[in-house]
Design a protein around this ligand. Structure first.
Ligand SMILES: *[C@@H]1O[C@H](CO)[C@@H](O)[C@H](O)[C@H]1NC(C)=O
Ligand SMILES: *[C@@H]1O[C@H](CO)[C@@H](O)[C@H](O)[C@H]1NC(C)=O
Ligand SMILES: *[C@@H]1O[C@H](CO)[C@@H](O)[C@H](O)[C@H]1NC(C)=O
Ligand SMILES: *[C@@H]1O[C@H](CO)[C@@H](O)[C@H](O)[C@H]1NC(C)=O
Ligand SMILES: *[C@@H]1O[C@H](CO)[C@@H](O)[C@H](O)[C@H]1NC(C)=O
Ligand SMILES: *[C@@H]1O[C@H](CO)[C@@H](O)[C@H](O)[C@H]1NC(C)=O
Ligand SMILES: *[C@@H]1O[C@H](CO)[C@@H](O)[C@H](O)[C@H]1NC(C)=O
Length: 441
């Protein structure tokens, strides 16, 4: 917590940001009197990581050879019964799954994957892979899965599953991967999914879920959390930083309000975070700078404003930064442009007013895009009228003193003036951007 006392002392700090239009370069924000950085936010939940795989990871939806003579099969009668019910409900099966769902050996059914159930030591149904099956009909996810007690992986993207998940999935003791993206789910966040204790991969993107997301979502121990492209709204719960997710996408929803300060508490785990395409507003919390393992940070196309906190100079692993299409202003911090892993920093379509030598170097290397801002002397900027209009309104942020906090020793490589990127540098391969593509239907 920042002591409230400090606020008033620094409220006049960044007055030069209003000065565009006066033909005078904006000096860098005056350094603040030294203040000790507030203690970094701490998580309130404890979590277990890394987790041992529940089933052999080599499974990963590579079906073990279908076994024609499997001996006893775990929960055979129950699984056959629910499969026949599902089959009756499927009215459209362009990939011909259901014709294979005959006989007693469910290991041979298309889309069914068997493996040894650890606690029973007999063959059981470990995985369902209906990805892209494009089933039509009225398919009740919860009713189906609750009858698959040994399930570890359930992949059913781009199908017609729907229905309420009306009780917890805690009974599925090996369940660790759920992909329900691009189905027909509606209504509020399916909180009952969160009672599955060992889910490490949760993919609910591209449905029609709406309303708020529960705080418990960020107390939920998972590695991957994709809820982009729904209609979730209101604020992002303030305990955001509790999430131990490595990959988090909240993009393309209706979230509004500010980015929670607690985000910094996720520094040990947060690797890629996509918040683009919402209605987030307000200034950035400097605590984002604690995210020194984050490689991708994307808040593009929101309504965010204020300067970039100097703490961004601490994001030593940052490769891809997108802040385009917001209302950011001020000088682009030189410490940001010195980051050793800067690969593609997009700050276009904002109201930035100044770039220093490090940033100009990055622009020249085509690593930094500041098009359509208010930076005098650079090409492809906004018109003077646009800029003057924007700066005619007074603009400020709460906690202005925190914008100059640098809560780290600046990354070593960033102190060097590199003019050329290393030859052996490999392009980043972010994992989350694919989640923004709709799975093929
Ligand atoms: C599992 O069953 C097989 C025979 O089907 C046996 O060889 C093996 O020892 C059993 N493993 C355990 C852990 O009980
Ligand atoms: C999906 O299910 C809904 C009813 O839940 C139905 O109206 C729609 O036609 C189905 N889509 C397909 C492709 O079968
Ligand atoms: C099958 O359809 C019936 C009638 O709509 C529904 O009650 C049931 O939950 C469905 N079951 C599955 C597994 O989809
Ligand atoms: C699964 O969840 C239970 C309950 O939280 C926990 O005790 C167990 O250790 C977990 N198993 C693994 C492999 O993470
Ligand atoms: C967020 O959106 C909701 C619903 O539209 C609205 O009631 C609320 O005031 C908004 N909050 C902010 C901070 O804009
Ligand atoms: C990352 O940040 C944490 C907490 O602020 C710090 O303890 C750690 O040393 C930092 N790691 C690196 C590589 O700078
Ligand atoms: C850089 O990132 C922006 C924003 O995410 C993207 O639109 C652009 O295509 C990227 N540029 C390159 C060369 O990858």
């Amino acid at each position: 917590m920042v002591p409230k006392l400090l606020f008033s002392t620094f409220t006049l700090l960044i007055t030069c940001f209003f000065g565009f239009g006066i033909a005078q370069p904006c000096p860098r924000p005056r350094p603040c009197p030294s203040i000790s950085p507030p203690p970094r936010p701490t998580r309130t939940v404890s979590y277990v990581r890394p987790r041992p795989p529940l089933y052999d990871p080599s499974l990963r939806l590579l079906p073990s050879q279908p076994n024609n003579n499997p001996g006893p099969l775990a929960n055979r009668a129950r699984i056959l019964a629910i499969t026949q019910e599902l089959k009756r409900n499927i009215t459209f099966d362009p990939q011909n799954y259901t014709p294979t769902w005959v006989g007693n050996n469910y290991c041979l059914f298309k889309g069914f994957i068997c493996d040894t159930v650890p606690d029973l030591n007999i063959t059981g149904l470990a995985g369902i892979d209906f990805n892209g099956a494009r089933f039509g009909g009225n398919l009740n996810f919860y009713r189906f899965i609750q009858n698959l007690p040994d399930i570890a992986i359930f992949h059913a993207n781009s199908n017609n599953f729907s229905g309420v998940i009306n009780q917890g999935l805690g009974g599925l003791r090996y369940f660790y991967e759920i992909d329900l993206s691009n189905n027909k789910f509606i209504g509020g966040f399916p909180s009952n999914v969160l009672s599955a204790k060992n889910l490490t991969f949760v993919d609910l993107r591209f449905n029609n879920y709406l309303g708020t997301i529960p705080r418990s979502l960020f107390n939920f121990d998972t590695d991957v959390l994709f809820i982009n492209n729904n209609v979730f709204g209101q604020g992002i719960p303030r305990n955001l930083g509790n999430t131990p997710a490595l990959y988090l996408t909240l993009a393309n929803n209706n979230f509004n309000g500010t980015i929670p300060r607690s985000i910094g508490a996720a520094w040990e785990t947060m690797t890629e975070v996509l918040l683009l395409g919402n209605k987030l507003s307000g200034c950035l919390p400097f605590e984002i700078g604690y995210l020194n393992r984050t490689t991708v940070f994307d808040v593009g196309s929101n309504r965010l404003t204020g300067p970039i906190p100097e703490s961004f100079g601490c994001m030593a692993k940052l490769q891809l930064l997108n802040m385009a299409h917001n209302r950011f202003y001020g000088a682009v911090p030189e410490v940001l442009c010195r980051l050793p892993n800067a690969f593609n920093f997009t700050l276009s379509n904002n109201y930035f007013t100044q770039v220093g030598p490090q940033c100009r170097r990055l622009i020249k290397l085509r690593r930094l895009n500041v098009n359509r801002n208010c930076i005098m002397g650079l090409p492809f900027q906004r018109s003077a009228t646009d800029c003057a209009n924007f700066f005619s309104k007074p603009r400020s942020c709460a906690r202005e003193s925190t914008f100059s906090i640098i809560p780290c020793r600046l990354p070593a490589a960033s102190l060097r003036t590199r003019t050329v990127f290393q030859e052996d540098e490999v392009a980043p391969s972010p994992k989350t951007y694919n989640a923004l593509e709709k799975p093929p239907h």
